[in-house]
Write a protein that binds this ligand. Sequence first.
Ligand SMILES: [Zn+2]
Length: 198
Amino acid sequence: MKNIKERTCVTCGKKESKDKLLRWVVFKEKIHPDWTQKFPGRSIYTHHSKFCVEGFYDSPKLAAKLLLKKIHHHISKDEVLKHIENQSFTSVKHFFYLGIKSGVLVKGQNLIEECARKQDVFKVCFTASDVAQRTLKNMINIFGERLVKTKLTKDEMGSIIDGRPLGVVAFKGSEMAEKSRFYIDVINNLRSGDIDAY
Ligand SMILES: [Zn+2]
């Protein structure tokens, strides 16, 4: 039996499994983002995307939907986007860590190429935004459409693992690969069009 709880994004109206949405909860008449989805209270869901979060903040119907007289957000729109980005980064860190622990994450061009020669099956490859062009080309040759260009720098990718700059990591098929992909997509979305990110 399928047991995926679905919720509707209040901004774009699309249905989604609950764990792929961001929960917002009313506490003391203010709206708070609830990353862990456990806080009791009246709640509402949006996607993590800039479009859906900004639409949520700007929605004139929000007060009625949450049975509030007036809308008070606990933190500002800019702060909340930063919060979502930081939380996503922490989640990526968590799933990379589990990936290393369980041996499904391979880091660095040399190791990845060696594994690929041994016919290891990779699910996804993440490259840093400032990775060398030649490395990027080699990885595209190996991964094709399974390659995801992140908007994380080599320093940021490295800080996720051991602090040393890192241009490329690859995941063998696993739940950790899926989850990392999800949160990296969130970060990419939040950083798109943001000139400070480069
Ligand atoms: Zn949405």
